[in-house]
Design a protein around this ligand. Structure first.
Ligand code: 5GP
Ligand code: ZN
Length: 113
């Protein structure tokens, strides 16, 4: 399958890993939009949020928990941070393998662009 995140998970493409376990990989975004910009990616290929199944509910909870732990480790827990999931092209999704963006280290605007 031609999926850049699956290639990263399979070590076919290099990345800057900040965390890995049997379910997830967390890497620094290649095109960071904030001083801290980490992608939380499940090893299971799920193209979009709408393809989540009942059996994936724990996985998504774990992604959120790990994102919070990374925020703490990266020193942005108290300052503030944002977790984003883009879904479909109009919302900015460019890679069809679900992921959370963990963004922080600068003041964020609302609403997002
Ligand atoms: P999306 O646009 O789907 O919400 O997020 C995809 C993110 O993946 C983008 O922020 C993009 O910069 C990042 N990205 C795309 N290709 C690579 C890559 O090869 N390595 C890393 N580390 N990030 C990537
Ligand atoms: Zn994939």
């Amino acid at each position: 399958m031609d999926c850049i995140f699956c290639k990263i998970i399979n070590n076919e493409v290099k990345s800057s890993k900040v965390y890995e376990d049997e379910d997830l990989i967390c890497i620094r975004d290649i095109n960071p939009q904030a001083p801290v910009h980490v992608l939380i990616i499940p090893k299971k290929h799920i193209a979009k949020l709408h393809e989540l199944k009942e059996e994936d509910i724990n996985l998504v909870g774990k992604m959120l928990k790990i994102a919070c732990q990374i925020a703490e480790k990266e020193g942005i827990k108290d300052f503030g941070y944002r977790i984003v999931i883009n879904t479909n092209r109009n919302a900015g999704q460019s890679v069809d393998h679900i992921h959370f963006h963990l963004l922080g280290g600068r003041v964020m605007l609302w609403p997002p662009g």
